[in-house]
Design a protein around this ligand. Structure first.
Ligand code: NCD
Length: 419
């Protein structure tokens, strides 16, 4: 198996062995950088970054990585206004042009599945820098690298994912990878901010058991001292596809303000039992209204008081940017790993670029599992309103056949039940 010429859009595009090959090479990159060695592995190669959404870490660490490999970079920040997309150009046409200039393209875009569509139209590797609320696979590579480097292994570690797990793309890729590497996963999310159904369906395939907290009852039932989650009133709306019955798309209508005293006990209980606590911010840009976020955001906040009660060797991670969930007073604690984590983005992305460009050959025997595309799905549309197939008119819907009744969108992974 080779990684040369491949795309990375979903973490499931790489097998476990391939992920480990990236992490191993990242270790080599990291020690070469520490020794001040000059690497010219990608001399003469050009990396294009095309970002239709804001970015601090992903774009700059990719660009730094390419510079440190001796390659060159062309950077399209704010591509939604600076590129011909502002004149109505499609993703497909943009990529068909850029593939003639670039050796590798990194793209971030607000639509789910947009980077998969780009990859379909590119003869050079496309790396997703995040597509809507779908996935962020390179963030996951550096998250796995952080856990492995600082905790010695991924397998068997207890990891809690905390925050807006519904709209956050980093946790979607990460939870799949953690399940594949057999970590113990706890999800802590306010009601209606938990993992979306399609991610749960993917996790089922790995027989992954999630421990989830979202209500007082859940936690008391487990015999802990704890405590409190904000209550939520939700309404259900059903979307129908032409090809079959829709799955319910839940949306939040109102959240109560949480009780912070009880929440403190809840969090410290968890911290005592966890190797890693991975926080995420509320993805306000993907919420239907601004008011929804307020109370939910307040319900997950880590501060010095909580850290004092937690394990000495716990790791506090965050993909950043932070908003209210991570107090600045935590920053000086050795357990606060988030800035180190962001730093690992450079060696990890150096390794990835070098492998996709074939500058280094990975020794792996097993590639990702192949899934067959469904036939006879004419007229079926993806139910995800943010799916690229519902926005770019030439992009025909395509599905994997999960079972006779269930299809999975090839672009955004949402499930469609057919009758
Ligand atoms: C994340 C993203 O863009 O999804 N940021 C990142 O790449 N490190 C997380 C976020 O925006 O919350």
């Amino acid at each position: 198996m080779t990684l040369a010429g491949r795309h990375l859009i979903s973490i499931n595009d790489f097998s476990n062995e391939e992920i480990e090959a990236v992490l191993n090479l990242a270790d080599e990159m990291s020690s070469a950088l520490e020794k001040g060695k000059r690497l010219e592995l990608c001399q003469g190669k050009e990396l294009y970054t095309v970002f239709y959404e804001p970015s601090t870490r992903t774009r700059s660490s990719f660009e730094t990585a390419m510079h440190r490999l001796g390659g060159t970079v062309v950077s399209h920040a704010e591509a939604q206004v600076t590129s011909s997309v502002a004149k109505g150009e499609s993703i497909a046409d943009t990529i068909r042009v850029l593939e003639r200039y670039a050796d590798v393209i990194v793209m971030r875009h607000p639509l789910d599945g947009s980077t998969r569509l780009a990859a379909e139209h590119s003869s050079v590797p496309v790396i997703s820098g995040g597509d809507g609320a779908h996935e962020h696979p390179t963030q996951t590579l550096l998250d796995l690298y952080t856990i492995r480097k600082e905790k010695g292994a991924i397998r068997g570690k207890s990891v809690a994912l905390c925050g807006d797990l519904r709209h956050g793309r980093t946790v979607h890729s990460l939870v799949i990878a953690l399940a594949r590497f057999e970590a113990k996963i706890t999800c802590i999310a306010p009601p209606d901010f938990g993992l979306p159904d399609h991610i749960r369906d993917i996790l089922k395939a790995y027989r992954c058991k999630l421990t989830e907290y979202e209500s007082l009852e859940d936690i008391v039932a487990e015999g802990s001292l704890v405590l409190h989650q904000p209550r939520v009133e939700s309404r259900e709306s059903r979307v129908e596809s032409r090809g079959g019955r829709g799955t319910p798309e839940r949306s939040v209508s109102r959240l109560q303000t949480p009780n912070s005293r009880l929440q403190t006990g809840f969090m410290s209980f968890l911290l005592e039992n966890l190797d890693v606590l991975y926080f995420t911010r509320l993805q306000r840009e993907r919420l239907p209204t601004r008011e929804i976020g307020g109370a939910a955001e307040e319900s997950y906040r880590i501060n010095r008081q909580l850290l004092e009660k937690s394990r000495d060797d716990a790791l506090i991670m965050h993909p950043l940017p932070r908003t209210g969930e991570l107090a600045y007073e935590v920053d000086h604690d050795k357990r606060a790993a988030y800035f180190r984590q962001a730093g690992y983005g450079v060696p990890v992305r150096m390794a990835l670029i070098a492998l996709l460009l074939g500058a280094v050959e990975a020794r792996v025997s097993e590639g990702p599992k192949e899934t067959k595309l469904a036939k006879d799905v004419c007229g079926v549309r993806c139910l995800n309103p943010r799916c690229v197939t519902n926005a770019e008119c030439y992009a025909a819907a395509k599905f994997y056949q999960v079972n006779p009744q269930l299809l999975r969108c090839y672009y955004c992974d949402w499930m469609v039940r057919v009758v």
